[in-house]
Design a binder for this molecule. Structure first.
Ligand SMILES: Nc1nc2c(c(=O)[nH]1)N[C@H]1C(S)=C(S)[C@@H](COP(=O)(O)O)O[C@H]1N2
Ligand SMILES: [Mo]
Length: 240
């Protein structure tokens, strides 16, 4: 544990047993967990249990993707009702509608969707607005060093450092596989963080907040790394 005290203070890595126990308890908060740093393989066996809604195996499995949601039902948002708010440590907080997001320059990123549960869908095209563009438009204040993402499912959250958030392969995605992102896949707008594990790609994105420090997201509070790099990606941080 030495050398990891900072991570442990913010979001202790949890052993598999503790993780499963937490999930069995219905995703209740985890007060004290054994701080064992383990490899990803410790999570692989949790595949069927990582979805407390139990819907993963029941829903259609579009093109190899599996459905994940930490809540049982998620409201639907469309052209009329969807809104994305950018705030926190910025000079120009604002809210974007879906047509407004569509009107901004769109970037296409071809990447892999890799879940820590052991499934992956390679070469998936995502399209949308670069997060960097939205951050630039908002004007990040000097004190801002990280970004927190919230979702209209009312429960999931994610985080990135500002440096990660500014990468050109990090999108506020509107399209996936050349179609508008479906509700099941986190539409109408989800985050896509190409160089990291798919848990970083928050579905049903509704809030982007620039913060003074990294605020660990839902899974990160339960032991997942904030830096969810896919293999090799960490060596290209900031350059892709
Ligand atoms: N809002 C929200 N976003 C989420 C999740 C979630 O449960 N809720 N699960 C994450 C995980 S662990 C994965 S693997 C992917 C799954 O995306 P999919 O349901 O489109 O396959 O979404 C990520 N984003
Ligand atoms: Mo995942």
């Amino acid at each position: 544990m030495t050398g990891r005290s900072k991570r442990n203070a913010e979001g202790a890595p949890v052993g598999r047993r503790a993780l499963l126990g937490m999930l069995a308890a219905g995703a209740a908060g985890l007060a004290a967990a054994p701080s064992l740093q383990r490899g990803w393989e410790s999570f692989l066996g949790a595949a069927s249990r990582k979805d407390p809604t139990g819907l993963t195996g029941l829903l259609p499995n579009p093109g190899g993707f599996r459905y994940y949601s930490i809540v049982g039902s998620v409201p639907r948002k469309d052209e009329r009702t969807y809104a994305l708010t950018i705030g926190g440590l910025v000079d120009r907080p604002r809210t974007y509608t879906l047509p407004e997001l569509r009107a901004l320059p769109q970037t296409r990123v071809l990447g892999d969707a890799v879940c820590t549960d052991g499934w992956r869908v390679d070469d998936t095209p995502f399209e949308g607005v670069r997060l960097a563009d939205l951050l630039d438009a908002a004007g990040v204040r000097e004190k801002g060093t990280a970004v927190r993402f919230t979702c209209f499912d009312g429960a999931y959250s994610e985080s990135l450092t500002l440096e990660q958030a500014r990468r050109s392969d990090v999108l506020v995605a509107l399209n996936m596989q050349d179609k508008p992102i479906s509700h099941v896949q986190g539409g109408p707008v989800r985050l896509y963080v190409a160089p990291m594990y798919f848990y970083k790609s928050a579905k049903w994105l509704s809030g982007i907040e620039v913060t003074e420090q990294v605020v660990p997201g839902f899974w990160e509070e339960r032991g997942y790394p904030v830096d969810g790099w896919l293999d090799d990606a960490d060596r290209t941080d900031g350059t892709a």
